[in-house]
Design a protein around this ligand. Structure first.
Ligand code: FES
Ligand SMILES: [Fe+2]
Length: 403
């Protein structure tokens, strides 16, 4: 990519999106991470048209319960109505566009817009609007509804008119994660790590473990994924033997993404001997999830659509998402789940439960921000991807097809 000769602060910012500039097997060109136009296009055409994991069913357990999910300039309300149905709609008033709901979560009877008090039902229908004249039909002005899918207690939404088909992918992974009984978990902790980088750099970082050895000392003590050569047939067969006793379905081991449209991925890989879960000492952290009878010494990487990532140990699960805030600001959100009846302080200690992915996310915060700083240089040219970065190739394939 050449440097523009025009005297502007960010010469590449207005360059049109040109997929032809991307070289297969290499990183994306600079402007994919520096252009405001491409960023806005990403939100409009990629985030809005993908399934996004927004929360867990326990966040809307009773009629009237709601929470708000924000990404970039978009804001979505998820609520349970009086009939027990869970709904998702845009948090944008149909009168003159104000945000309707200003709370992050809670319980309510209606949503009332703070500007001129148009009032909406829990399913997004307009209930009342003052002084609108005889011609006004409130049925024409419900809050824009989103597609919603609940899968094993996880809530996904899609704002696009024609959401990508996820049913086949969900069916494939359903039996592999059923024993964790995610529906019967609860959120034990939620943390956000603000990274000074474009959202794609945060996702790319998650999609590869090429950086794990050099950047994550704590993770590398216990997780064999940091070095594929260390995942020996003996380690796998030991995990499978223990997995059969624990009640986990045994899956052929292959650390490769398949080239499918929505990129579903589910793979259990072994922790190093001495570790039964992602803890500091290797010891258990919480009661076993779901139907599991014992520990197998493994952890499952789960990807449900390209934007939504999970990691299931035998006694807790972690959900990851990368929320764009602005062109070069992204929130890495990490959410820890434990079995629903587990008691904090008795069955699990928050500091112990969150230790590994807290320190790992702090490392990531730093390396991803440095990545963006380097890419901002006009002298950056994308380099070749390693064999361990196959996940990034899958992400690029999906992303470039969508934009
Ligand atoms: S903008 Fe919501 S009532 Fe006017
Ligand atoms: Fe990392």
């Amino acid at each position: 990519m050449g440097i523009s000769t025009k005297k502007r602060l960010s010469p590449a910012d207005n360059a049109p999106l040109n997929v032809e500039d991307c070289i297969s097997g290499f990183g994306l060109p600079r402007r994919f991470y520096t252009s405001t136009g491409i960023y806005e296009n990403d939100i409009k055409n990629y985030w809005n048209c993908s399934w996004i994991w927004v929360g867990h069913i326990t966040q809307v357990s009773k009629p009237g319960d709601f929470f708000v999910f924000d990404y970039s300039q978009e804001s979505v309300i998820i609520s349970r109505d009086r009939e027990g149905q869970v709904n998702a709609f845009m948090n944008v008033c149909r009168h003159r566009g104000s945000r309707v709901c200003t709370e992050k979560s809670g319980s309510t009877r209606v949503f009332s817009c703070p500007y001129h008090a148009w009032t909406y039902e829990l399913d997004g229908q307009l209930r009342s609007a003052r002084e609108m004249g005889p011609e006004f039909d409130r049925r024409d002005y419900r809050l824009r509804q989103l597609h919603l899918r609940i899968f094993q207690g996880l809530i996904f939404v899609c704002a696009g008119d024609a959401p990508p088909d996820i049913e086949a992918g969900l069916q494939d992974i359903a039996p592999l994660i059923a024993p964790f009984n995610i529906e019967n978990t609860k959120i034990a902790h939620h943390a956000s790590y603000l990274v000074s980088a474009n959202w794609k750099l945060a996702i790319e970082n998650y999609m590869e473990c090429y950086h794990c050895g050099p950047a994550h000392a704590e993770y590398s003590l216990s997780h064999s994924l940091k070095d594929p050569k260390s995942i020996t047939p003996e380690l796998i067969s030991e995990m499978h033997r223990a997995g059969e006793i624990a009640g986990l379905p045994i899956q052929d081991f292959a650390l490769n993404g398949s080239d499918v449209d929505m990129h579903f991925f589910c793979q259990r890989y072994p922790l190093y001997p001495g570790y039964v879960t992602g803890s500091k000492t290797g010891a258990p952290l919480a009661p076993l999830l779901g139907e599991l009878k014992s520990y197998d010494g493994g952890t499952t990487d789960i990807q449900i659509g390209i934007l939504n990532n999970f990691l299931a140990y035998s006694d807790h699960m972690i959900g990851y998402r990368f929320i764009p805030i602005s062109l070069q600001e992204t929130n890495i959100e990490v959410i820890w789940f434990v079995q629903k009846d587990a008691l904090e302080g008795k069955d699990y200690i928050i500091e112990d439960l969150t230790w590994l992915w807290h320190v790992t996310s702090q490392d990531d915060e730093q390396i991803i921000s440095l990545n963006q700083k380097g890419i901002n240089s006009h002298y950056f040219t994308p380099g070749p991807l390693s064999e361990m970065e196959w996940g990034i190739r899958a992400f690029y394939q999906n992303y470039l097809r969508m934009v």
